[in-house]
Ligand binder design. Structure first.
Ligand code: ADP
Ligand code: MG
Length: 236
């Protein structure tokens, strides 16, 4: 049975796209047939950090009803399949987020795991991915504004009938954090699936258009992603 996860947060910049790319790659590395989709159709970044841009067919064309998802699916690191969105404003304007459900239906028979990289905020294109997932994973930074925004996303998910799978705490400093994991679990009212440290290798890897788990596998962030992927894959 396929499992669909949506990677969400209240505000932008918490690390959703980074988590989608690295978790997807590691799940593929662990033998799960995995597809990651850039459902952040307005601010498409997933293709960019994977070196998949300037593509003829993207999720934009699929959501515009002009192409099939098969034609917008590309090979990523460790064999993860990637459905990027395009970078043009026109492409975004033509895409209809209501079509995402049909896209998922086309993919379920081919994969073990589908991961949707959701946009920030609570607009329509942000809400639809919350409704399509078996589990929504919140990406939260250990600071009060990020926690409050994620709580809003949690409530919104539950309001639209979605299910919160847990939270990933990202960009955790070695010292001076406002909250520890137990406090985060209490505040968010959900399980912490894993904790990713602040690690300059993450940005360095993105600049090289490669996920950190591929480019710097021995880095502290990569260790964290491996644990999280093992947890999600059910092999830990
Ligand atoms: P979102 O998709 O939520 O907007 P991104 O994944 O694009 O966020 O991340 C925002 C920025 O933070 C990027 O420059 C990314 O490289 C950086 N980043 C994400 N996670 C980490 C981390 N653990 N350590 C250092 N930088 C990070
Ligand atoms: Mg993003």
């Amino acid at each position: 049975m396929v499992k669909v996860y949506t990677i969400a947060s209240g505000k932008g910049g918490t690390g959703k796209t980074t988590v989608t790319a690295n978790l997807g790659a590691m799940l593929a590395r662990y033998g799960k047939k995995t597809c990651i989709l850039d459902a952040d159709v307005g601010m498409a970044n997933l293709g960019l950090i994977l070196g998949l841009d300037e593509l003829p067919v993207t999720l934009h064309e699929v959501l515009a009803g002009k192409a099939r998802v098969r034609d917008a699916t590309y090979e990523g690191p460790f064999g993860v399949k990637v459905v990027p969105s395009g970078l043009s404003l026109q492409g975004f304007q033509q895409s209809n987020p209501d079509r995402l459900k049909d896209v998922m239906t086309d993919l379920v028979s081919e994969f073990d795991i589908l991961i949707l990289d959701a946009p920030a905020g609570i607009s329509r294109d942000g809400v639809i991915p919350l409704t399509l997932a078996d589990g929504v994973i919140l990406v939260v930074n250990p600071e009060i504004s990020s926690i409050v925004d994620s709580l809003k996303t949690k409530i919104l998910t539950e309001t639209v009938g979605g299910h919160i799978e847990g939270a990933i705490i990202n960009r955790v400093a070695t010292s001076g954090n406002e909250f520890n994991t137990a406090q985060m679990e209490k505040l968010l009212g959900t399980r912490v699936i894993g904790v990713i440290p602040e690690d300059p290798n993450v940005r360095r890897a993105s600049a090289g258009r490669t996920p950190v788990v591929v480019k710097y596998p021995a880095s502290s962030a990569s260790h964290a992603f491996k644990h999280i992927a093992a947890d999600v894959a059910g092999i830990e």
